[in-house]
Unconditional design. Structure first.
Length: 313
């Protein structure tokens, strides 16, 4: 299996306030996936994909895995991957993107320990196999896709909410018994795997002041080694990435609350409004006030935001 090289993108999806997931399906997803220079990407959500037709391969971090019709993929948040159609062909994939923490918090509001155990199990590793190998997981995935596509009545949302928990339980079961491994049976930690705990730490603690040395401790490496690993694998410095996350969270607050820009700046971790405004414009290309007047630009500006940036961007 050859190793994949290239850039890594963050593709950020914002789920509506009263939903647990979003789906990507239909004619738009019958396409040629990727190209030979296509960068790896990772999501802020759990991704479950089903291949309707087509052939090609999935690049899972640094390994290539062939796919065919009837395959299902389960990819945790913050795991680098991409999909590549066979040369000169199209494929049809359909996807679920699930906010795992949101589901678990709603289902087990008084059991934080169980929430964390389930979260750890679900995010433990990716899975790629045939639907026939995991029929219950596949059936629930199809049921959710059908419900969100057909929307037969006003209860479809309640049906999807109920299916979400079953979906996560089966993902946890799959992760208990299967794994993608190298021929030797053990995965050697890549540079991305070494810095992945830092991504989780930043997403969990972005509102508070943090030093790079604190983030490095989460990865159990020295600060200098951490800085080098992070920039080599993510394509920006830890501070740049932190600010990127903060601006994403600010966009969510602008959309969902009536807070002033000054309040939002503080809530996402900026000590001054001027610093907030400067970073917001650098990342989205517009000021917070202009962005607020055009909230529909959220997905187009941030959903596929390329975090491999040139110096000075």
């Amino acid at each position: 299996m050859k190793k994949a090289k290239g850039k890594v993108e963050l593709r950020y999806y914002d789920i509506p306030q009263n939903e647990f997931l979003l789906t990507l399906q239909g004619e738009e997803w019958k396409r040629k996936y990727g190209d030979r220079d296509n960068p790896l990407h990772f999501h802020n959500l759990l991704e479950i994909g089903i291949c309707r037709y087509g052939n090609g391969y999935l690049v899972m971090e640094d390994e290539n895995w062939d796919y065919q019709p009837g395959m299902i993929s389960v990819i945790p948040a913050n795991f680098p991957h991409t999909t590549m159609s066979a040369e000169g062909t199209e494929s049809h994939w359909e996807y679920l993107f699930v906010d795992v923490e949101k589901v678990l918090q709603a289902m087990y509001p008084d059991d934080l320990i169980y929430q964390q155990r389930m979260l750890d199990r679900i995010n433990k590793k990716p899975y790629l196999g045939m639907e026939t190998d995991v029929p219950k997981l596949a059936a629930i995935t199809h049921a959710i896709l059908d419900e969100t596509r057909e929307k037969q009545d006003s209860l479809y949302r309640e049906c999807v909410r109920g299916l979400c928990l079953s979906l996560l339980v089966y993902v946890a079961r799959v992760n208990a018994g299967s794994a993608l491994m190298t021929e030797g049976g053990m995965r050697v930690k890549t540079g991305f795997e070494q810095v992945r705990p830092a991504l989780d730490y930043i997403h969990d603690n972005y509102p508070v002041h943090m030093k790079i040395s604190q983030i490095a401790e989460v990865c159990h490496v020295s600060e200098s080694h951490f800085r080098r690993l992070f920039e080599e694998n993510i394509g920006m410095t830890p501070v740049e990435y932190l600010n990127h996350v903060r601006i994403q969270k600010a966009c969510e607050l602008i959309r969902k609350t009536g807070h002033s820009m000054e309040e939002i700046a503080v809530k996402v971790g900026f000590t001054t409004t001027s610093t907030f405004n400067r970073n917001f414009k650098r990342i989205t290309g517009t000021s917070p006030y202009q962005w607020k007047r055009q909230p529909d630009n959220f997905e187009s500006r941030l959903a596929d935001c390329d975090i491999m940036v040139e110096k000075g961007w």
